[in-house]
Design a protein around this ligand. Structure first.
Ligand code: NVA
Length: 209
C-alpha cells in the first residue's frame, strides 16, 4: 500500500531481511551499524560550503559508530580520506569496514594527529541509541576525545565542524566549537530534509533535477 518504506531500527540484519521481501525501496533511517541518510546530508553540506569533497580529509573523533562507518563507505564511493581516532577498545571493527579500501582511512591513537590538516572535523555522541547501559564506562573512556578548540587548530584554518545532533555540549564537543565559526551543524540539520527529499525523488522517479 506504500511506495517507499523507511526504517530506523537496531541490527542492520533486520532491515536487510525486510528489504529482501519488499517490493518497494527500503531506506535505512539508521541502524546500529550504518546511517546513510545522515552522510548524504553531511556531504551535501560540505559541498554547499566548500565545493567537492573529492581528495579532502575528514577527521572522525570519538566512537567508531554507525555514522563513522558510513563516512568510510562514502570515502570509497566519492574518493576522500577519513582519519579516525577512537579510544583504545573502540576502534573500527574490521569486519564492518569491509569493502572500504585501506587507502581510504587511517586510524590514529592521538586525536590531534587525526585532525592534522583535516578539511572537516566531525564527531557524534559517545553513547549511541541502544548502548545506554555502557554510558558510564564510555564517559570515562572518551574523555580525551572531546572536540575542542585545540583539536580544531590542528585542522586546516578553513576546516568545518559537523555533528549529526543532538549533541552533548561539554562531552563530545565544547560549546566553543559547536557554537563557533567553523560549525555548520544547523545547516547540516536543515540539509537532512533536503537530502532526504532528493533521495525520495531518485527512488520514486529514478532521476534528480
Ligand atoms: N550515532 C547516533 C546517531 C544519532 C543521529 C545514534 O545511533 O544514536
Amino acid at each position: 500500500m506504500v511506495d517507499v518504506v523507511m526504517i530506523r531500527t537496531y541490527e542492520q540484519s533486520k532491515i536487510e531481511r525486510f528489504a529482501e521481501y519488499s517490493r518497494v525501496p527500503v531506506i535505512n533511517g539508521l541502524t546500529n551499524e550504518y546511517h546513510p541518510c545522515q552522510i548524504l546530508a553531511d556531504i551535501f553540506t560540505y559541498i554547499e560550503q566548500r565545493g567537492s569533497i573529492e581528495g579532502r580529509t575528514v577527521a572522525w573523533i570519538g566512537d567508531s559508530n554507525n555514522v563513522c562507518r558510513t563516512w568510510l563507505q562514502a570515502a570509497e564511493v566519492l574518493g576522500f580520506q577519513v582519519h579516525v581516532s577512537t579510544p583504545p577498545g573502540y576502534e573500527i571493527d574490521g569486519g564492518r569496514a569491509t569493502g572500504v579500501g585501506a587507502a581510504r582511512y587511517r586510524q590514529f591513537a592521538d586525536p590531534r594527529e587525526a585532525c592534522r590538516d583535516a578539511d572537516l572535523v566531525t564527531t557524534d555522541v559517545w553513547t549511541s541509541m541502544g548502548y545506554e547501559s555502557e554510558n558510564e564506562a564510555r564517559r570515562k573512556a572518551f574523555a580525551g576525545w572531546r572536540v575542542d578548540a585545540e583539536l580544531m587548530r590542528a585542522a586546516r584554518p578553513d576546516a568545518l565542524f559537523m555533528h549529526c545532533l543532538p549533541a552533548h555540549r561539554g562531552e563530545e564537543v565544547t560549546a566553543e566549537v559547536i557554537d563557533g565559526p567553523s560549525s555548520v551543524v544547523w545547516e547540516e540539520a536543515e540539509n537532512r530534509l533536503h537530502a532526504q527529499k532528493a533521495l525520495l525523488e531518485v527512488l520514486l522517479l529514478g532521476t534528480i533535477d
